[in-house]
Write a protein that binds this ligand. Structure first.
Ligand SMILES: C[S@@+](CC[C@H](N)C(=O)[O-])C[C@H]1O[C@@H](n2cnc3c(N)ncnc32)[C@H](O)[C@@H]1O
Length: 231
C-alpha cells in the first residue's frame, strides 16, 4: 500500500497520514529538511518532506487524536512554550508556525536545553531557546519583545495553571489562546485526575480565561489532560 498524506480537515499545517500497513498517524511538514528530532520517521510524498507526529511522545498530538477542537497555532504565529525539554512538541509547533513564525522555548533543565539547542534550534531559525524558570517570567521578559499569539505550558510541576497565567499576564495578546498540559500526579496524587483537571481549569477561570475544553489524554498519557482556554 502506498503512503497517503492529506491535510487535516480542521487544522492548517497539520496532516493525516496513512502508512504502508494502513496505520493512521498525524504529521507536520519538516521545517528542517532531512533532520528528525526524536527518532520520528521522515516521509517524502509529492516532493514534500513530512515528520510523523507520535501521539505517545507528544501530548499535543495525543490531544488532537482525542478530539481537541481548537488548535490555535498557525503559520506566522508567535508562541511562548514553557517546559520545552529537548524539543519533541516544540519542533512540531515550529513546523506549523513556519518561516514567518517564532517559538520561544523556556526550559530550566540545563541538559535538556543543551540537547534542544544542539539537535533542534541549530537547524530551525524560528526557535529561540531560554534557560530560565517559567515561574519567573520577569527574568526573560526583557529578551522577548511584543505579544504572543499563544502560550503552551507543559512543565509537570505543582501550580501549572498559575505559572501559565503569570506568563500570560506578561506575554499573551488580547484574545490569545493557551494550552495547558496537566499532569495530575504533579499536583495532587491523593485526588482523582478529573478533580485535579477541574481545579486547574478553575485557576485559569479565576485569572480571566474562558476554558473551552478539557481533553483527557489517555491512552496516550495516563492521568494527563490538555486544557484549552482563551483570554
Ligand atoms: C513533560 S516535560 C516537557 C515535554 C515537552 N513539552 C514536549 O512535549 O516535548 C516537562 C519539562 O518541563 C521542564 N520544567 C519543569 N518545571 C519548569 C520550570 N519551572 N521552568 C522551566 N522548565 C520547567 C522540565 O525540566 C521538563 O523538561
Amino acid at each position: 500500500m502506498q503512503i497517503k498524506v492529506k491535510p487535516h480537515p480542521d487544522f492548517a499545517e497539520i496532516f493525516q497520514v496513512v502508512l504502508e500497513d494502513g496505520a493512521k498517524r498525524l504529521a507536520t511538514k519538516n521545517f528542517a529538511l532531512g533532520r528528525n528530532v526524536y527518532g520520528e520517521r521522515l516521509l517524502r510524498v509529492g516532493g514534500v518532506e513530512y515528520r510523523v507526529w507520535d501521539a505517545f511522545r507528544s501530548k499535543l498530538a495525543g490531544a488532537i487524536l482525542k478530539g481537541l477542537k481548537t488548535v490555535p497555532f498557525a503559520a506566522g504565529h508567535r508562541v511562548l512554550y514553557l517546559g520545552a525539554a529537548s524539543g519533541t512538541t516544540p519542533s512540531h509547533i515550529s513546523d506549523i508556525v513556519g518561516e514567518e513564525g517564532q517559538v520561544y522555548c523556556v526550559e530550566f533543565a540545563q541538559r535538556s536545553l543543551r540537547d534542544l539547542v544542539t539537535n533542534v534550534v541549530a537547524y530551525r531559525t524560528n526557535m529561540s531557546p531560554f534557560l530560565a524558570d517559567a515561574r519567573m517570567p520577569q527574568k526573560y521578559s526583557m529578551f522577548i519583545s511584543g505579544k504572543m499569539d499563544e502560550l503552551y505550558c507543559d512543565i509537570a510541576q505543582p501550580e501549572q495553571a498559575k505559572v501559565l497565567a503569570d506568563n500570560a499576564d506578561v506575554f499573551l495578546k488580547e484574545g490569545g489562546w493557551v494550552l495547558l498540559a496537566v499532569k495530575s500526579q504533579s499536583i495532587d496524587v491523593s485526588k482523582a485526575p478529573a478533580e485535579v483537571y477541574q481545579m486547574e481549569a478553575k485557576v485559569l477561570k479565576n485569572r480571566g480565561f474562558h476554558v473551552v475544553q478539557v481533553v483527557d489524554l489517555e491512552p496516550y498519557d495516563i492521568a494527563h489532560a490538555m486544557i484549552v482556554a482563551q483570554r
